[in-house]
Design a protein around this ligand. Sequence first.
Ligand code: BGC
Ligand code: BGC
Length: 605
Amino acid sequence: MVTQKTINRQAGLSIKDQVSSLLGRMTLDEKIGQMTQVDQRAVEPSDVTRFSLGSALSGGGSNPSPNNPRNWAEMVSRLQEAALNTRLGIPLVYGVDAVHGHSNVVGATIFPHNIGLGATRDPDLVERVARATALEMSATGVYWDFAPCVAVPQDLRWGRTYEGFSQDPDLVADLGSAYVRGLQNTSEFGSPGTVLACPKHFLGDGGTTWGTTQHADWLFDNEQAADYRYKIDQGDVQLSETQLRNIHLTPYIAAINAGARSIMVSFSSWNGVKSHANHHLLTGVLKSELGFTGFLVSDWGAIDQLDADYYQCVVTSINAGLDMIMVPFEYQRFISNLQDALENGDVSPDRIDDAVRRILTVKFELELFKRKIADEPSLNIVGSENHRSLAREAVRKSLVLLKNDQNLIPLDKNIARIIIAGSAADSIGLQCGGWTIEWQGGRGNITSGTSLLDSIYQTVSTETSVHFDEFGNFSQGIQAEVGIVCLHEIPYAEGVGDRADLSLTSDDIDLIQRVGTRCQQLVVIIFSGRPLVITNQLPLAEAWVAAWLPGTEAQGITDVIFGDYPPQGKLPYNWPRSGFQPNHGLERVGTGDIAPLFPFGYGLR
Ligand code: BGC
Ligand code: BGC
């Protein structure tokens, strides 16, 4: 056995030759195994060995129990060891959505979601954030990040708006490519602490039209479908090819130039054709025209939506150009259907070889054959002080000051009394949003960090009396110089966050009014995955701050509101003036049908 495994690292051979030599020794079943990606919940280590699986993942919330860095490292290495026990010992590549830090892991540093990074306009900062994320990931043996999301969201009602850096393709291209460089440390890709980037979702995920999401009826029973909230996520992009390219392809060109070696395909359709079935986009544009030689991975169970007949799903997606399928559960069904397709001549052996060659090439580039188990001997880097202070810097640079009458901000640290309201002021979960520990995020102390309330306590003088009440019910007689109301969106991910009406809730408005009567001046801080409609409420407070979904380090907020640093964030999206009117033209970001309340690029200094 040992002699066979040494073929993996034949000294002096180019990667190309090593791949060819390995490919030449593989059986068809071993090749199909490389193309198969399974969620860790669905697989035992012995099955990884038995089916020679090429990849495993943790979808959002697919965590070990208890969830901590050590158990992550053990969970991943158990599967990796099983892969190394196969006949050829080809390591698997383990993927996660570390979309704002290693964000499934309790104790990891959670950075602002991309919308906040977009507000910083700072590629160097974004690169450093991605670098830190890669270090925390590789400490746990995870070498593939399903990030950056380089969507160019054109409709704020989309539940994934916050995963996009901006509505502006050039800004997404700049920051997305910085993110790729940070994860991969491009010149030293494959060295310890580097991970494979995976720009997503190709192509046009941010350009779908409200109301066009198709619910594949064979996948849902009627009751489920009625409850399925997706309204624009996974919908149809209705654009000409020129528009599609100008808006949505731009960031991929930049990401490939920055060294991206894997790309995830989008659930969405373009003029009625699902991306997973689109040979023109996947093989024509991406692989032939742009010369992309890395590999394409499907999205979560996305091929299942192509046809009621699973065999057809497999044939269509592989022939369109998909190289690896994120199955993610019933992998034996995928494997046997692909075996049948080969036997029937519906998929050619050349297509399989091309897919496997691409996957193996990237595995060699990533030096997986050498790195195998976790790089970092110490797990202390996960959530380390250095990374938390980097996150704090990112938060500070992401804040957008929308209104500041009477120069209320900066607040005085020696203020006599301050009242604070809103559950989000004391909730790491609400500060972080979706894709944090669980797929849909959570509330309260879901991981370690500093809440806004804690950071206010740490910032004001010991003489200051600080009163916090979630609902703004302060004891009679309390009258403060300054009040802070912290608003939030309930955490969400993907289409669960598709929302027709982005107005504040009546509870939000009551809270602002109630607290306003108990203080001389009021600051409203919003934690949200997108601009909310605040036009009518704006006069109720002297200062308004968009803090996006800042993550675990809220001291970045107090750094700015108490004047240690100037506000510097700029809006990455237009801030809409009014709600969306379903039957009148959409107020789409970027098209300027209705003048925004605050335009793209706005932000008080
Ligand atoms: C999302 C992807 C994600 C994948 C794995 C999908 O539902 O669309 O962005 O990478 O799940 O969690
Ligand atoms: C997974 C996510 C995935 C989603 C797609 C969830 O169960 O944990 O990662 O994106 O399903 O529907």
